[in-house]
Ligand binder design. Sequence first.
Ligand code: SF4
Length: 375
Amino acid sequence: MARPNHAGPASAAPDPRSIDTDDRPFVLIWEVTQACDLACDHCRADAQPARHPEELTTEEGKRLLDEAREFGEGQLVVLSGGDPLARPDLLELVEYGTEIGLRVTLTPSGTSSLTPAVVGDLADAGVRRLALSLDGASAESHDDFRGEAGSFEQTVEAAAAAREAGLPLQINTTVCASTADELPALRDRVADLGAVLWSVFFLVPVGRGQLLDPVSPERAEEILAWLSEVSEESPFGVKTTEAPHYRRVAIQRRRDASEAPPEDGIGRRLGITAGDGFAFVSHTGELYPSGFLPESAGSVREEDLVGLYRESDLFRSLRDPDALSGKCGACEFRHVCGGSRSRAYAHAGDPTASDPLCAYVPEGYDGPMPAGRVD
Ligand code: SF4
């Protein structure tokens, strides 16, 4: 049964088509802590058992939320980690953000801390969506990936608790060589859990993720085409993270099927990439274009979040598809895709370089292929 929300009237989501990503992000992630009891193979944050002494304080966090609200009514803020439940002031932050007109969602870790009572408290505080990670379709494969026995069971229980509390559920899955074969079974799990969105993250070699093998560009291409089919057939939505060429693949599929070009097709962009519709505040207050692109535009402790997002050279360059180099720069899909800027940075040290995970080569392109390309 859905529980009443005690945190005041809910803010409406702005129409995504009305958002100018030069002005505001679709999604602002705040890594409230790096502390976490899990030790996942892919962890971007290199999460630690203890909280960092220089994490943003409660007051600094509230000031950050106030600044996020200046982007506009209904700004989406994802409280992430580490495990956000490691912060004792989490409910206070959720309530505060909700009261001032933000839409606050949460990505807790699947641990024993995430009890049905905690999920209910989060719903009462105003959380709008719970995102849980599932990287294997069985207890054995998921727990092995997350480095903790029992995590699968706790995640499934938390998903049930979210349903009970009336909280929409998102499932996040990492795609790499060791998880790719389980994707069909994971799709079935996502449906069984009643999720509204499946967020499929293509590994970027950052943090402990450097120890894992990515899929090849050709395998990624097959998976993206398959995900495009899944999105048409499933009761839940599908989005990719760090694989914006999902949009190129979807457009090409429709063209091949001689269907009318999609309304959000080439020339019109609804997706987001690092720094362009997406921003990430680290546990110590550095503003990064994404959690997988650790180049700071400045500290929100010292500078204004909105100004950094809109005006910093780093963020402005990432919002200019014509500043891309290599085959992404030569690609006719660069305005709808643009490639993963985080993966380009991880491989080439240059966020404007080409994305080595993309198999597409623009017609007539004879320049260098991306660094780190696996074929
Ligand atoms: S070449 Fe770059 S811009 Fe073109 S589809 Fe691939 S990743 Fe996207």
